[in-house]
Design a binder for this molecule. Sequence first.
Ligand SMILES: Nc1nc2c(ncn2[C@@H]2O[C@H](COP(=O)(O)OP(=O)(O)O)[C@@H](O)[C@H]2O)c(=O)[nH]1
Ligand SMILES: [Mg+2]
Length: 389
Amino acid sequence: MAATAQAPVADPASVEEQRGGGPPAGAGGAPGEGGRPPVEGAGAPAEGGQEPVCLIVLGMAGSGKTTFVQRLTAHLHSLKAPPYVINLDPAVHEVPFPANIDIRDTVNYKEVMKQYRLGPNGGIVTSLNLFATRFDQVMQFIEKKRQNHRYVLIDTPGQIEVFTWSASGTIITEALASSFPCVVIYVMDTSRSVNPVTFMSNMLYACSILYKTRLPFILAMNKTDIVDHSFAVEWMQDFESFQDALNQETSYVSNLTRSMSLVLDEFYSSLRVVGVSAVTGSGLDELLLQVQDGAAEFDRDYRPEYQRLRTQLMEAQSRKQQEQLERLRRDLGAVDVSGSPDVAMAAGPSDLIMNRGNPPEEEEEEQEDSDTDDIDHNGEAPGGGGGAL
Ligand SMILES: Nc1nc2c(ncn2[C@@H]2O[C@H](COP(=O)(O)OP(=O)(O)O)[C@@H](O)[C@H]2O)c(=O)[nH]1
Ligand SMILES: [Mg+2]
């Protein structure tokens, strides 16, 4: 990266510890909870050995993801189960919830745009890519706090494709799912889906996200304070009623639209649907029940696959390390580092790494270079100086 006055990327290690993730304003009050009893078990913090469930919140721009995360955070605080909250939207002006990790602390979106000469969308994608390269550190933070939190909430960038159709979104999702049960919450703007054709387009998109993320899926029909979601549920359960609604459409409705709705029937049959309002908080207890169900599905159907992925990754990593060691051994064997070829071979690679290619006899002469060695050493251990890991 270009060395300029202001670095666009900082170390997550240096910022997370400053964030308390305390209760949000109004957390205790949790107004308008809908009068339902709290979800059994959902309030307790993670018990010994229990893992938090990661809720990845996706949805189109303006569907209400950030407001939903804010409300759910407040709701969980009121249930005495404060979540661990991560903001992955680099371009948001204000994060209305207490984030434990905020991408904006690590990546300076405006600087990224300037230094890489990008527009707003390219800036968001590149910022997320830069952040994804440090996500192993974020994973360590979550690991450290796993006993204290029952849920990890992840708010994603406004434009859904930034997360769902980018390499960084896949890296982040796979990293999370290799360690914790994960559930996708697809937030939909119900008030903007009252037209049957728009509704169907939204459902097709939701369907594509389901296949792209390969995780248990909950459809959160948001903004039920504006329009009740019962019309949508009826369309999903009763094919005829949806066809009737389509028939009333004076706009262009092709045969393809009708056929598509038949295809979606299969998608609907296995879908978890819950109506919520991120503004009033209604429906959140039911949502938490669905989350428990989703987490159970993850354990049953998805965990083995992600464990296989994790094992594969670890094996690939150790293979790569082995290859690098082999290459180093060959290189050191070929180059006369000591004046006597036997020394290099006899010392073995690890000894030579420790001595930076210098056999023990020459150690005293090389003492003057120790400053340079210190710099190299720091460079080899990113995050080591952060102190928080
Ligand atoms: N009436 C109503 N408005 C909502 C609800 N959820 C979000 N909004 C509004 O929808 C707009 C977009 O919300 P935001 O959370 O920023 O959407 P995001 O782009 O998906 O993160 C804001 O003006 C919110 O106040 C809801 O449940 N009911
Ligand atoms: Mg948002």
